[in-house]
Design a binder for this molecule. Structure first.
Ligand code: NAD
Length: 421
């Protein structure tokens, strides 16, 4: 068992235990939700470019389907472990339930570095995985999507392979597909958009609005860039951004378009240079005197060692698991709001749900209509979490715990009416 996987799973289960306690649910809920319903292991032979066969091991963890088909991404990474996959699938059950989606949770993984194999090998591996999983997935059974190391092209190969086996086009079996193959243009920025919507709504409660509030963003990838983009559109002032090499800070605000152009040209935001701008490290960016902090890169970056130095009043978790449990207690005591990952970065999976609905009915909304629908779902979740938090008592309960209670409540009620409990 990898330490990373074990720790992650343990902390998810700890929060689940606390949510069950806070919500007064029976112990059986823990017995059921603390382990996945089904784990599928597949071994996929691929003929490599050198003519030799290499066998890749992959998983699909189907955690719980009380609320609907399993739903969650597929990760291609050399260090994936089954324990990590179980933890990720478990979190998906709560994330989907929290956002009111008609889905359970699942997650898949293959131990491979997609950058170290050729495009042809990658295609053969992706198709092999879809073939091996075909009996266990489907639009009403289990709907995978991309995660770390996978992208819309890989989804296109997989949906093509699945459709060939089914003998008909089946668009709704994978989501986040290319726009030309039944995808939706909103998917590209949906997670960052969700981060911005959650930040804006929390800012309304804290300060009456997000306008003019300063924001620091750690991570300038899909989530960080689009989060910053939408926050600026909503009236906030993004003053710092970083990527893996470090980044830049200007207390008067950054020109995001110019920063993005430098990143695209040179590979890092650290090369951006303008009057009033200085360099910051990835440690410093977390401790800047800003109103809003968006960790959008890695897990465990806010920990016991730096939690006391965080000056932002609002932390919006763009990344999965950026705040350790210890650090969250410190921030909570300091009165800092932490908008938890399963809520703040759910824009992507909510958008996946909308794409799936489009696919099932073979009818597609335009970009604005899709974005409005996405926003409505995010706002509904925000309001429910705030009501639940205030009912449970904001002094003794974190926003994450309130979100978990909200999620467990739906799963519990579905399991109860089904007669599982
Ligand atoms: P990405 O690969 O597009 O971007 C990651 C960014 O983080 C890059 O700019 C990279 O340079 C930077 N980075 C890497 N190491 C860093 C470090 N040590 N310090 C600071 N920055 C560093 O990835 P992404 O899709 O934006 O995902 C980021 C996080 O958000 C991950 O935790 C992911 O699981 C989570 N997430 C993503 C989505 C999505 O739809 N993309 C949805 C939900 C959650």
């Amino acid at each position: 068992m990898s330490l990373k996987g074990a720790t992650f799973l343990e902390s998810v289960l700890q929060t689940l235990k606390r949510a069950i306690e806070l919500g007064g649910y029976p112990q059986e809920v823990y017995e059921i939700l603390s382990r996945p319903q089904r784990i599928i292991t597949v071994n996929i032979p691929v003929k490599m470019d050198n003519g030799k066969i290499q066998v890749f091991t992959g998983y699909r963890v189907q955690h719980n389907n009380a609320l609907g088909p399993y739903k969650g991404g597929i990760r291609f990474h050399p260090e994936v472990t089954l324990d990590e996959d179980i933890a990720l699938a478990t979190v998906m059950t709560f994330k989907n339930a929290l956002n009111g989606l008609p889905y359970g949770g699942g997650k898949g993984a293959i131990a491979v570095d997609p950058k170290k194999i050729s495009k042809r090998e990658l295609e053969e591996l992706s198709r092999g995985y879809a073939r091996a999983l075909a009996p266990f997935i489907g639009p009403e059974t289990d709907i995978p999507a991309p995660d770390v190391g996978t992208d819309p092209q890989i989804m296109a190969w997989m949906v093509d392979e699945y459709s060939k086996i089914a003998g008909r086009n089946v668009p709704g079996v994978f989501t986040a597909k290319p726009v030309i193959l039944w995808g939706n243009p909103v998917r590209e920025y949906s997670t960052g958009f969700g981060v911005a919507v959650w930040a804006r709504e929390a800012a309304k409660k804290l300060w009456g609005g997000i306008e003019g509030k300063t924001v620091a963003v750690q991570g300038f990838g899909n989530v960080g860039y689009w989060g910053a983009y939408w926050l600026i559109k909503m009236g906030a002032k993004v003053v710092a951004v970083t990527d893996s090499k470090g980044g830049v800070y200007n207390p008067n605000g950054l020109d995001l378009t110019a920063v993005k152009a430098v990143k695209d040209k040179t590979g890092s935001v650290i090369n951006y240079d303008a009057p009033g701008t200085r360099k910051v490290t990835n440690e410093e960016v977390l401790e800047l005197p800003v109103d809003v902090l968006v960790p959008a890169a890695l897990e465990n970056v806010i920990h016991k060692g730096n939690a006391n130095n965080i000056k932002a009043k609002l932390v919006v978790e763009g990344a999965n698991g950026p705040t350790t449990a210890d650090a969250e207690q410190v921030l909570h005591r300091k009165g800092i709001w932490v908008l938890p990952d399963l809520a703040a970065n759910a824009g992507g999976v909510v958008m996946s749900y909308l794409e799936w609905v489009e696919n099932l009915q073979w009818y597609f909304w335009d970009e604005e209509e899709t974005r409005n629908r996405l926003e409505r779902i995010l706002l509904d979740t925000f309001n429910r979490v705030m009501i639940r938090w205030s009912k449970l008592g904001t002094d003794n309960v974190t926003i994450r715990e309130a979100a978990y209670v909200e999620a467990v409540d739906r799963i519990y009620n579905a399991m109860k009416v089904r007669g599982w409990i």
